[in-house]
Design a protein around this ligand. Structure first.
Ligand SMILES: Nc1ncnc2c1ncn2[C@@H]1O[C@H](COP(=O)(O)OP(=O)(O)OP(=O)(O)O)[C@@H](O)[C@H]1O
Length: 260
């Protein structure tokens, strides 16, 4: 059986900058896989090639065996690749439920029939998604009033409306308080495992990575230098060298309760 996502020898340069150099990896259904690396390592460039936003110079991206070469982001989204961004993208003037309804209406191909019946369309389905992400009590509120953590939950519900097989999350916890981060990622992991969704996420917060990723990949200067369980990656000498002084080593000692 093909993996959910299979990336082979992906390359992208901007002028003389080799942003991504020969990156290959797979993501399995239900897996939480973190992609980490210092600023400028190539994480965003990788993500943008996975959902068809930018074409690779070379290499292939396959979703459940299907090559996405030449497909625009919308077609890749139709193949079941959802994405959440560092900055939440919701319609501030609409209610929480309406945001999810719009995503569902789009997914079900009902956009052309929206006018006149939007209030009822996909409402039960929207409520089921809101319950899943813990936003039932917020459903009637305008999005502009929501706390940031709740906006991120809403964004997750909107991404789930597309019934993604693979979810790309670009720094999902950026801008959130530490407790909210843990809660959002715990919720994401629960949903991913229950629904068999593969989740690939970038993240600068190492606590989030080590707590919630099944496996971690490390990108440095456009190349993957490590992949393994959080414990394996924490022990990797190359990774330790890259992250020296960025808190990784402290976190590892702290969690494992061992002396340096
Ligand atoms: N559109 C672009 N034009 C020119 N150079 C680019 C472009 N996008 C990215 N780069 C360069 O490619 C390299 C990789 O950038 P990328 O944004 O993918 O890294 P990143 O790991 O996501 O960084 P960060 O953690 O800071 O978001 C960097 O050197 C960056 O300056």
């Amino acid at each position: 059986m093909s993996p959910l996502l299979e990336v082979k020898d992906l390359m992208k340069s901007y002028g003389g900058v080799h942003a991504v150099r020969g990156v290959s990896f797979t993501v399995a259904a239900g897996q939480m896989l973190a992609l980490i690396g210092p600023n400028g390592a190539g994480k965003s460039t990788c993500f943008n090639m996975l959902n068809g936003q930018i074409p690779p110079d070379a290499g292939t991206v396959r979703i459940e065996g299907k090559d996405i070469k030449g497909l625009p982001p919308r077609a890749v989204w139709r193949l079941g690749v959802g994405r959440t961004f560092q900055i939440t993208a919701t319609f501030a003037s609409m209610t929480v439920r309406e945001n999810v309804q719009v995503a569902l209406i789009s997914f079900h191909g009902l956009i052309s029939r929206v006018f006149g019946f939007a209030g009822a369309a996909c409402r039960e389905e929207a409520d089921a998604l809101l319950a899943l992400v813990g936003l039932t009590t917020q459903a009637e509120r305008p999005c502009g009033e929501l706390a940031y953590g709740d906006l991120k939950r809403l964004e997750l519900a909107v991404a789930l409306a597309n019934q993604p097989r693979l979810l790309l999350m670009d720094e999902p916890t950026a801008g959130m308080a530490p407790r909210e981060r843990v809660e959002l990622m715990r919720l994401t992991a629960e949903i991913a495992r229950a629904k068999g969704i593969g989740v690939l996420f970038t993240e600068h917060d190492m606590d989030v990575v080590f707590e919630h990723a099944d496996e971690v990949m490390v990108l440095n200067r456009g190349q993957l230098i490590a992949r393994g369980t959080p414990a394996e990656v924490r022990r990797d000498p190359q990774v330790r060298a890259i992250y020296l002084g960025e808190g990784l080593l402290y976190d590892a000692r702290h969690r494992e309760g061992t002396a340096a």
